[in-house]
Ligand binder design. Structure first.
Ligand code: ZN
Length: 356
């Protein structure tokens, strides 16, 4: 079988047919069919659309390999012959374009390739492969959904969790890093309440647009004035919505925040500052009621195990040459793969309390 041609086809097909988080039905079907064609037993519907294969090959460790399957509500403008033209409804019912803009199509293809290569050569390894194709990474919940659906109770507890992510590095270069590697991320949705009025009589209003604008500007001081220079944090306000018409002052305004950090104490500093500033600006404006702050998603930081990275580095250097492996430094992007390892740590800790 010509592996590269086959994998290229799988990749282009996945790329042309992206699916939003929690809707990875077609992708999961392709994954399951391919794994079965390699001779693996497959379980589908794990934590939603998750797919698991756990081929055993004698005694040995359980090694978990993970790929995420979901795409993003982004319009593809690459002009590629296999570009996505897919549209779908987002969770709010809006019609949105869909694209594999985060490269999860690459991850699925790579893991299928690894599964195929390991199936073809069963003399070169022993132990248990734990193949995990995960839904809803972009929502920060797919890994947790699979654990909650009994991932480890049903299929065993892995010795190591190996994840992957494409990144804007030169082609052929692999980034690998011990310790804090991907930032933790928190999404906050903030609603600020004012009092609507006709636009010709602003004195009758408590203007939530001005309140939100002041809040946006003040929030820029959190990272620049409150986080020490040696620490890393990012605070982005990606969405600011209020009102429907030029001459109507609306009743409320909504801000959507994305916060990144590596250290729990930095995260706490930023979260506390956001709460203080949002409440403070509302109070300053004379808001009729305090803002509502909803914590929508949380990704823990990915902190790679030092020994696991050292073993992986050695293997990569043998396979690809030392010059191709770089430490990219901490990345402020986020990943929920760490939850799979935290889930293992939690099981080990729980087991130890009984095994004393
Ligand atoms: Zn991603």
């Amino acid at each position: 079988m010509n592996q590269s041609v086959d994998l290229g086809e799988i990749y282009r097909d996945l790329h042309a047919h992206p699916e939003l988080s929690l809707h990875e039905v077609r992708t999961a079907g392709i994954v399951a069919a391919r794994l079965e064609s390699f001779g693996y037993d497959v379980t589908t519907g794990v934590g939603g659309t998750g797919v698991v294969g756990v081929p055993r090959n004698g005694d040995g460790p359980i090694v978990l390999l993970r790929a995420d399957m979901d795409a993003l509500p982004v319009e593809e403008k690459t002009g590629l012959p296999y570009a996505s033209r897919v549209r779908a409804n987002d969770p709010d019912g809006n019609d949105v374009p869909v694209m594999h803009a985060c490269g999860h199509d690459v991850h699925v293809t790579c893991l299928l390739g690894a599964a195929q290569a390991l199936a073809a050569d069963r003399t070169g390894w022993r132990g248990t492969l734990f193949l995990v194709f995960q839904p809803a990474e972009e929502l920060g919940r797919g890994a947790q959904d699979m654990i909650d659906d009994g991932l480890y109770a049903r299929f065993g507890t892995p010795s190591v969790v190996l994840g992957q992510h494409v990144a804007p590095l030169p082609a052929g270069i692999i980034g690998l890093r011990a310790g804090p590697s991907f930032a933790g991320a928190d999404t906050l949705h903030v609603t600020m309440y004012g009092r609507g009025a006709h636009g010709s009589r602003p004195e009758a209003s408590i203007d939530p647009v001005v309140m939100a604008a002041a809040t946006v500007m003040r929030l820029q001081t959190v990272v620049s004035r409150e986080v020490p220079a040696a620490d890393t944090a990012v605070l982005t306000i990606g969405s600011l919505r209020a009102g429907t018409k030029d001459n109507i002052i609306p009743d409320d305004a909504e801000l959507q925040l994305s916060i990144r950090s590596f250290e729990p104490r930095v995260r706490e500093t930023v979260m506390a500052a956001v709460e203080r500033i949002v409440n403070g600006e509302a109070a300053t404006a004379g808001a009729p009621k305090p803002p509502e702050i909803r914590h929508v998603t949380t990704f823990p930081a990915v902190v790679n195990d030092t020994e696991g990275v050292a073993r992986t580095q050695e293997a990569f250097e043998q396979e690809f040459g030392a010059g191709r492996i770089v430490d990219p430094g901490p990345v402020t992007g986020s990943e929920d793969v760490g939850i799979l390892a935290v889930g293992v740590q939690a099981l080990v800790r729980a087991a130890r309390t009984w095994l004393r």
